[in-house]
Every structure is written in structure tokens, then in C-alpha cells.
Design a protein around this ligand. Structure first.
Ligand code: ADP
Length: 188
């Protein structure tokens, strides 16, 4: 049973690492960014509402995302575990997640904080070239991260749930450290 939250600035490598780790553990990788991007592509009602926020690097309003996450965690494939990537992204989302997990009698094993310095991040994102990876939008996403999401580092640290991994290392090394961490959690 593995239940993990991935925390870290945009471009930290959360998506890549969460995807491969989830595949390895046979559990779903739940990325709110991916869910939202696919809603935008399909121009669903959610996508139409979310698009402008995403284009500017702002968080989409909580009301668009909370029920969606609750539903996704309640799907049968998430029974054996899950990796949350991009959620929670502010304290009210974290409080909401606490309530949902309590309702489902689940607990999160740990919160992985993938740590990468800002100057590295900007370079990585400019190279990636997604639609919201233009320099001004990137700077805004970093600011939003610092103001709204980074407080969660303290939030989970205080509960002794936080594990920080240096994301400024070769991809394979980060992967190896994550596997070690998961093995350690499983043994508990
Ligand atoms: P990155 O980590 O590279 O910023 P994501 O794919 O996680 O990318 O998110 C892309 C965008 O989707 C965010 O900038 C934000 O607008 C929106 N988004 C994703 N997850 C959330 C969330 N939990 N709450 C609010 N907005 C979100």
C-alpha cells in the first residue's frame, strides 16, 4: 500500500517521477495538472472555466478541483494506493484532503518534497516549452508556488510527514532515492 503526495515547485520533476513510480507500484498517478489540461483540450465545462487561470499561471479556484479529487480518490483503481501530483496546492486544499482521507479511513504515508532551486527551474521550464512555460507565466507560477503552496512544506513538516529529496540531481538518482523511500515506508 503506497499513498504519497508529491510537493515541489513547477519543473521540479514531480510529474516524471510520480508517473514512473506509480507505474512501478501499480497504482494511479493522479495529476490535477494533467486532468485540467485534458479538460482544456476537450473543451469540457471544467476546461473552459480553468483555461484562463492556467494560461496566467494562477491556481484554478478550489471549487473546480475539490470534488474532482474526491471522486478520483474514490475510484476502484485507487483502492490499493495512489500518488497525488499537484494536489494539494494550498492550505485549504490540504485541509480538504484531510477530511476526504478521514472519510475514506485512509492516511497518506508521506509527503515527498522535491526540492529544486529557482534558477534551475526557470531554465528547465523554458526548455520544456509547454503552453504555460513562457517566462512571465513561469515567474508567476513560481510566485504562486511560494505564496500558496510552499507553506504546505511547514504544514506537513510539523506533522512529521515530510521527506525532502534533492530534485537537482540526475533523473535516475532521484528515481533511486524515491524507490528507497517507498521501500522504507512499506517496511513500517
Ligand atoms: P506545474 O507543476 O509545472 O506548474 P501542473 O501540471 O501541476 O504544472 O499545473 C499546471 C496548472 O494547472 C497550474 O499552474 C494551475 O493553474 C493548475 N492546477 C493544477 N493543479 C491545481 C490545483 N491543485 N489547484 C489549483 N490549480 C491547479
Amino acid at each position: 500500500m503506497v499513498r504519497l503526495i508529491f510537493l515541489g515547485p513547477p519543473g521540479a520533476g514531480k510529474g516524471t517521477q510520480a508517473y514512473s513510480l506509480a507505474g512501478n507500484c501499480g497504482i494511479p498517478h493522479i495529476s490535477t495538472g494533467d486532468i485540467l489540461r485534458s479538460a482544456v483540450t476537450q473543451q469540457t465545462e471544467l476546461g473552459q472555466k480553468a483555461q484562463a487561470y492556467m494560461d496566467q499561471g494562477e491556481l484554478v479556484p478550489d471549487q473546480l478541483i475539490l470534488d474532482l479529487v474526491r471522486d478520483r480518490l474514490g475510484q476502484p483503481d485507487a483502492v490499493p494506493g495512489w500518488i497525488l501530483d499537484g494536489f494539494p496546492r494550498n492550505v485549504s486544499q490540504a485541509d480538504f484532503l484531510d477530511r476526504v482521507l478521514q472519510e475514506m479511513s485512509q492516511t497518506c504515508d508521506c509527503v515527498v518534497n522535491l526540492d529544486v532551486p529557482d534558477e534551475v527551474i526557470v531554465g528547465r521550464l523554458l526548455n520544456r516549452g509547454r503552453k504555460d512555460d513562457q517566462e512571465d507565466v513561469i515567474r508567476n507560477r513560481l510566485e504562486v508556488y511560494r505564496k500558496q503552496t510552499a507553506p504546505l512544506i511547514d504544514f506537513y513538516e510539523k506533522r512529521e510527514q515530510l521527506e525532502t529529496i534533492d530534485g537537482n540531481q540526475a533523473l535516475e538518482i532521484v528515481t533511486a532515492e524515491l524507490h528507497k523511500l517507498v521501500d522504507r515506508k512499506k517496511q513500517r
